[in-house]
Write a protein that binds this ligand. Structure first.
Ligand code: LMR
Length: 391
């Protein structure tokens, strides 16, 4: 029999950190690795709103029979209303997916089917799985510069200049808010300018929305997405409930397409067709929970106040790191948003942060602010100083 020839799989650098952190026996280790929210005790508890909804679901659910290829329509609609606000008046196709990654995959597959010879432009740096995930769907990719590590700022002019090399029908991947890995988002004015540019040059936005509510609050975090949808005739959006509902392992997400009636209805049918060929149907439990939360006023209120607690903690930590690390030039951390900031550290410095100081972070120097406890800030700054961090 010919050899069962399997090449070595590429390691996922972020997910590897989980195992490495767990295996570390030091009790003063600090986990700034994978993008998971932790409270000041270092835990990622199930939200109270989620627990309440799960209790209701436990009593009320009377069947686990199939729902359909695009999942729970009420979940898709209620999550859509939350995201799109007034833009929900637009025709928007939507399907429930296994997490935000499942949504990205369906968006990439849909785009690839419609525009097989075009290119998806991805801003760098980005979430390390953006490129592998979209390329696995057969999409051609190119990159554009998004962020200057040195200046800790968005390179908006460079971004626009690079996108002038795109042709009509090309797509542009955007982070809706709380940019991963930099924490540097576009300003309101830049979103507007970008929306104009995309509409005028007939480029298709594909928005990855995974951290809404964890930057400046829900409405502000969604403003950029809404600006794009208002201006661009065809927008794809991959949205996740992993972080803001704390539903990581339940894999809750949805893919949407805002378009004219005819295209939206084709996209709606196509989402189901694509899902069937990849995983058939999304898992139900997490989406059923989120639907209950979003369709019950008290639960919505409870969830929003828990989300506010999370964002407040992240922003308090940002301020604490910026102020304790001011002499090292860390002031920028206080101006960025969401869970991440990207520190100018080389791989050897990151390795010594992990090995010598027990401070875990992604290999590119990304830190998950939400993984830090207030009492650990000084030790984190001291470790940075010890490995020679200076901006
Ligand atoms: C992250 O960026 O750390 C998270 O989105 C987790 C993941 O799946 O990579």
């Amino acid at each position: 029999m010919p050899a069962f020839n399997l090449p070595d799989p590429t390691d996922d650098p972020l997910l590897n950190l989980i195992g490495r952190f767990r295996a570390d026996k030091r009790d003063n280790k600090i986990d700034l690795g994978v993008g998971v929210y932790r409270n000041d005790q270092g835990n990622t508890p199930v939200l109270a709103a989620v627990k309440s909804a799960e209790a209701v679901l436990f009593e009320a659910q009377d069947s686990k029979s199939y729902l359909g290829l695009t999942g729970d329509t009420e979940f898709v609609d209620s999550f859509g209303r939350l995201i799109f606000g007034e833009q929900a008046q637009r025709t928007i196709a939507g399907a429930q997916t296994p997490g935000g990654s499942g949504a990205l995959r369906l968006a990439a597959e849909l785009y690839k089917t419609a525009y097989p010879d075009n290119t998806l432009w991805i801003g760098l740096p980005t979430w390390p799985n953006h490129m592998p995930l979209t390329e696995a769907a057969g999409v051609n990719t190119r990159t554009y510069p998004y962020f200057s590590l040195e200046q800790q700022a968005v390179l908006f002019d460079d971004m626009r200049q690079h996108l002038s090399g795109a042709v009509p029908g090309d797509a542009v991947l955007l982070h809706g808010c709380c940019h991963n890995p930099t924490g540097a988002d576009l300003s309101e004015d830049q979103w507007q300018q970008l929306a104009d540019l995309l509409a005028e040059t007939e480029l298709i936005p594909i928005i990855d929305l995974a951290y809404h509510g964890l930057g400046r609050g829900l409405q502000q975090d969604l403003a950029g997405t809404r600006t794009i949808i208002q201006r661009c005739p065809q927008t794809l959006l991959a949205a996740s409930c992993s972080k803001n509902f704390g539903m990581y392992r339940d894999r809750v997400g949805a893919v949407y397409m805002a378009a004219d009636d005819a295209l939206a209805s084709r996209a709606q049918a196509f989402f189901g067709h694509l899902a069937r060929r990849i995983y058939s149907m999304p898992p139900d439990h997490g989406a059923a929970v989120v639907k209950l939360i979003l369709t019950d006023e008290n639960l919505t209120h409870e969830w929003q106040s828990e989300l506010n607690t999370m964002v407040l903690r992240i922003n308090t930590l940002r301020d604490a790191i910026a102020s304790a690390g001011s002499a090292l030039g860390l002031d920028f951390v206080g101006q960025q948003h969401g869970m991440f900031s990207l520190l100018p550290l080389n791989p050897a410095q990151v390795e010594s942060m992990i090995e010598e100081h027990g401070v875990y972070m992604a290999g590119d120097g990304r830190i998950n602010i939400a993984g830090c406890q207030l009492s650990q800030v000084d030790r984190f700054i001291a470790a940075l100083e010890a490995v020679g961090f200076q901006r």
